[in-house]
Design a protein around this ligand. Structure first.
Ligand code: CA
Length: 447
């Protein structure tokens, strides 16, 4: 069995390898042979979800592949979990097993291996076109925690609400987060209903309960946890990477008017918990290996992270070069056939904290992180104006509305707006890989 040493490149990353699935070689595909993200899909003819792996514009059906005996050499436990109806069983096994499955899938989909030749003969049984299936939330998410790891986002937002004191003194020491809501996490493509809630538009009048007037998106990256630390046990930073199964795009939909009235003193609540959208394909940390990057360089004068959040390997290679974009298409743009426009483009590597640090900090009090837990990075905003990851920042809290090609403007989202996130990794000497889309259309509030 082909086992990959943790943290290394192996034959699954070789950009020269080609798949017998022709469209996996399309230059613009997010899902070449070198990616092989995991997801959960459902055929239109059966209720039971299945585990899948994306390849080009097809899905490799892991249930069918396992029944074909292709995963037998990984052992009965691995073969069984690939036939289950969620990713959680694989997440419980951990990174080592997931790495072996990805390597097996790579050999099976390659044009130049005996496994590939055999798989190609069974093509109709093990491959399904991506447009013929529904993609689901990729795991049963037990707990969801959202962080605030971009110092640029924290500073921009802080400056709007506290001009004299934009960044609170704890920010550079403690990765700030709050416990989010798992039940309202939805897969890309799900419509999002505008929430109603309490807000106080007139500070001299009592609050009102009305549909949110300042609905926003937040461009984030989500991390799916694998393995488990027992309650009371911590996760040293040197081991945190093995607890990260893979990454998705995440939209932390936010109702700013509800948020600004409710957030003190305990943080966001109903302003966030009405919906969180994730992209359905989990890009594994193994696939991301060629795109590792050093943690952000802290400006001179910033404190060093406390020792439990400080590790030379994490500083050198703890994050990833991922380009992230936000696109928007209003209903009027759709009707006029104008297509979506790009609102922003940012870099994930600009974040102040790495996902390793977020895992270690989360478990530092002995909190058990379980397979299928989801961590949100916090809004990914960079130093440049064009890299701001939410409308609150882009439109300066409504002061500078964004112009759309339809002649409309946006301070916040309107009903009918389709918000689309895209993300990908590109580097010389590596095959480009991507995340697919994370999108959702805003629907009118309940009457
Ligand atoms: Ca957020």
């Amino acid at each position: 069995m082909q086992r990959q040493a943790p943290g290394g490149l192996d034959e699954t990353h070789d950009p020269a390898h080609r798949s017998w699935v022709a469209l996996a070689q399309a230059p613009e595909t997010d899902f070449p042979l070198q990616n092989l993200p995991f997801g959960v899909f459902r055929h239109d003819f059966e209720e039971r979800p299945r585990v899948g792996i994306a390849i080009g514009d097809y899905v490799l059906d892991c249930l069918a592949v396992a029944r074909g005996g292709f995963f037998d050499y990984l052992g009965p436990v691995v073969s069984d979990v690939l036939q289950s109806w969620s990713l959680n069983a694989l997440l419980a096994l951990g990174r080592t097993e997931a790495r072996a499955v990805r390597a097996a899938a790579s050999r099976l989909l390659r044009a130049d291996t005996p496994e590939g030749a055999r798989a190609q003969e069974m093509r109709d049984a093990i491959l399904v076109r991506a447009d013929r299936v529904s993609m689901l939330v990729p795991a049963e998410i037990g707990d969801y925690t959202d962080f605030y790891a971009s110092v640029f986002h924290a500073t921009n937002v802080g400056a709007m609400f506290r001009p004299d004191n934009p960044l609170l003194p704890n920010y550079k020491y403690v990765p700030v987060g709050y416990h989010g809501r798992a039940s309202s996490i939805v897969a890309s493509g799900t419509n999002v209903r505008r929430p109603s809630g309490q807000s106080r538009p007139d500070p001299d009048a009592p609050p009102v309960f009305v549909p949110s007037k300042s609905l926003d998106y937040e461009l984030e990256v989500g991390a799916l946890i694998c393995g488990e630390n027992a309650l009371g046990e911590t996760v040293p930073l040197a081991q945190a990477q093995e607890r990260l199964f893979g990454l998705v795009l995440l939209n932390d939909w936010s109702a700013r008017d509800i948020q600004s009235w409710e957030y003190q003193p305990l943080g966001p609540f109903l302003s966030k918990s009405f919906a969180t959208t994730v992209s359905p394909w989990v890009v594994t940390l193994d696939a991301l290996e060629p795109f590792r990057a050093g943690a952000c360089t802290r400006p001179a004068g910033d404190p060093a992270p406390l020792p439990y959040l400080s590790d030379a390997a994490d500083q050198a290679r703890g994050t990833f070069d991922i380009t992230l974009e936000v696109w928007l298409e209003s209903a009027a743009m759709r009707d006029a056939g104008l297509g979506a426009i790009r609102l922003s483009r940012g870099q994930f590597s600009s974040m102040y904290w790495t996902f390793g640090q977020l895992v270690t900090h989360h478990a530092s009090n002995g909190c058990n992180l379980r397979p299928g837990d989801l961590l949100g990075s916090g809004t990914v905003s960079g130093a440049e104006a064009g890299s701001r990851g939410c409308l609150l920042e882009l439109a300066r809290r409504g002061a500078e509305p964004v112009s759309l090609p339809s002649g409309e403007t946006r301070a916040f989202l309107a009903d009918g707006d389709d918000v689309i996130f895209r993300g990908w990794c590109e580097r010389k000497g590596a095959a480009r890989i991507g995340f697919g889309e994370c999108r959702g259309v805003v629907r009118a509030a309940s009457p």
